[in-house]
Design a protein. Sequence first.
Length: 279
Amino acid sequence: MGDEAVFFAAYDAVLRQWPVEVHSVDVPSPYGSTRVHICGPEDGAPVVLLPGGGSTSVVWFANVKALASAHRVYAVDLMGDIGRSVHDGAPLRGAGDLVAWLDMLFDTLGLDRAHLCGHSYGAWIALNYALHAPHRLGRLALLDPTNCFAGMSPRYLMHGLPVLLKPTAERVRAFHRWETGRTPEDPVWRAFLDSTATARRSKVVAMRRPRAQRLRACTVPALVLLAEHSRVHDVPRTAAAARRLLPEASVVTLPDASHHSLPTERPAELNRLMAEFLA
């Protein structure tokens, strides 16, 4: 089995663990096709989920049951990143192309208005979309958002560089263990993380922090959920900046959570906070 086949087999194995009935669609756009996994009641309020870079839509396996109990969930593979979305069209040059891609995705899925939740790189995309199209969003949940309110830690970037330049399963595993302080409990998820070392991506857009003036003008009700032990950024500084720049937002720090493990290792607390916010 080739490297790409190993990755997709691991991806499918995680998806089979989703505890809800799910169907998948490929949504065309000028950028390429976007894989979206859909679950929950058809008449539920729509929630669009954007994963962190390198984790794909299947990362929400511990969250979808709670979310889909009352919401129509759309879990998206990011354009340009690893996963089953295929970036074979227009180039991704920056945040402007990503928000245009999301506009087209919302249009084709028939989402005039939806809640939007993103983790890490996905949170950065979600925040940029909220600044671009606030009228299309009900609520905005940002899970340990990267480079949105404060810069990334140089130490984190140095640890991540070998994984970026020459990824191997061993380097991915070591980086995850360094950041989270633990090895993932779920063996299927562990196998998926290992397989990401050989997955292909076309273009992960460089994250430029939104301007303070634009952030202060954001009108979308927001939850900024930070991981207490995140090594991506200085957590107290990021929390203070989020409160200053999004004064109407709820800013919460989740105890004993890390950046990379936020959706998967602390699902009970995360799901409770999300349910309260989206309700």
